[in-house]
Design a protein around this ligand. Structure first.
Ligand code: CP
Ligand code: NVA
Length: 325
């Protein structure tokens, strides 16, 4: 019997994170709270949190931030990583995703996968007996969204009530995960994009339903100015994602009116921040002036990949005893 309320259970232990909606709003808030806690915790007190644990990282696409931040996170938590790059883990040319997953589950404690199509990743995760984390697929980039929310929370104190303008390819992985996360915590997401890059009506309805309990919502505008007016956050990503290079010329032509410039920033709130998951293409989706300017928080955002992923690893791998989950 507890004389006071029992400590909250860590519901995340042993789970997968393939997309943001694998987490409830409460769990999402828990991960952010844990990230804030770990960011302030001296490294000497972190070293035992994942001691003896191994994280496998299978990457079928290039990466700087995701790869290095997971490697540093595991190292600072006292665990280890092993990295394998290649192009055939998920496509099943040598063996099925299920067999790769079942074998790795016998060797390691968690697996991060960066891949192309989302469906083989789901098959991989279903067969795994250890947590599987999506380190970016064509459909989702949930680890990026955790760092994005952490950055906004640090800047504004809360996500609830924020107006986030996302400009450019509003159908891509980063946009989807950002919107899934932000509406769940009560933000309004305003996509500024041409019809070719507009999320489907079904996806917008999904976001509206997902956001409803917290007062979050999403809408799309073909006018960049209308999307940005009054925004607290301006967010963009590359116009052409990895694996989509065949559409580069079309994307460059269609998305140019949605480039984030000083002029566009002028329609947002005076306190607005500029965010980008990076890598950035200066002179394309964002001007040099904006990304290097006083509104830009892109390097704080990149740093927060480390803190958010540490929280995720601790939540998936441990019982979080004594921590604010
Ligand atoms: N933002 C991000 O995921 O960067 P990398 O592709 O370098 O990992
Ligand atoms: N949308 C980009 C994100 C890179 C971190 C891509 O998938 O290439």
């Amino acid at each position: 019997m507890y004389a006071v309320a029992p400590p909250p259970a860590n519901t995340l232990r042993g789970r997968n994170l393939l997309q943001v909606t694998d987490l409830t709003a409460v769990e999402l808030s828990s991960v952010l709270r844990l990230a804030t806690y770990l960011k302030a915790l001296p490294l000497a007190e972190q070293r035992s949190l994942a001691r003896g644990r191994t994280l496998a990282m299978l990457f079928e696409k290039p990466s700087l931030r995701t790869r290095v931040s997971f490697e540093v996170a595991m190292s600072q938590l006292g665990g280890e990583t092993l990295f394998a790059s290649g192009s055939e883990f998920m496509v099943g040319s040598r063996e099925t995703p299920e067999d790769v997953s079942r074998v790795l589950s016998r060797y390691v404690d968690a697996i991060v996968v960066r891949t192309h199509a989302h469906e083989p990743l789901e098959r991989f995760a279903r067969a795994s007996t250890v947590p599987v984390i999506n380190g970016l697929s064509a459909a989702a980039h949930p680890c990026q969204a955790l760092a994005d929310l952490l950055t906004m929370q640090e800047r504004f104190g809360s996500i609830e009530g924020l107006r986030i303008a996302y400009l450019g390819d509003a159908k891509n992985n980063v946009a989807a995960s950002l919107a899934d996360a932000a509406v769940q915590l009560g933000a309004t997401v305003q996509f500024g994009c041409p019809p070719t890059h507009r999320p489907s009506e079904a996806y917008l309805e999904h976001l509206q339903a997902l956001g409803a309990p917290a007062g979050g919502t999403a809408r799309a505008f073909s006018s960049a100015v209308r999307a940005v007016r009054g925004a607290d956050v301006l967010y963009t990503d590359v116009w052409t994602s990895m694996g989509e290079e065949r559409y580069r010329e079309r994307n460059d032509a269609m998305l140019r009116p949605y480039a984030v410039t000083d002029e566009l920033l002028g329609y947002a709130q005076p306190h607005a921040i500029f965010m980008h998951c990076l890598p950035a293409h200066r002179g394309e989706e964002v001007t040099e002036g904006v990304i290097e300017g006083e509104h830009s928080v892109v390097f704080d955002q990149a740093e927060n990949r480390l803190h958010a992923q540490k929280a995720l690893l601790v939540a998936l791998l441990t019982d979080c005893k004594g921590m604010p989950v």
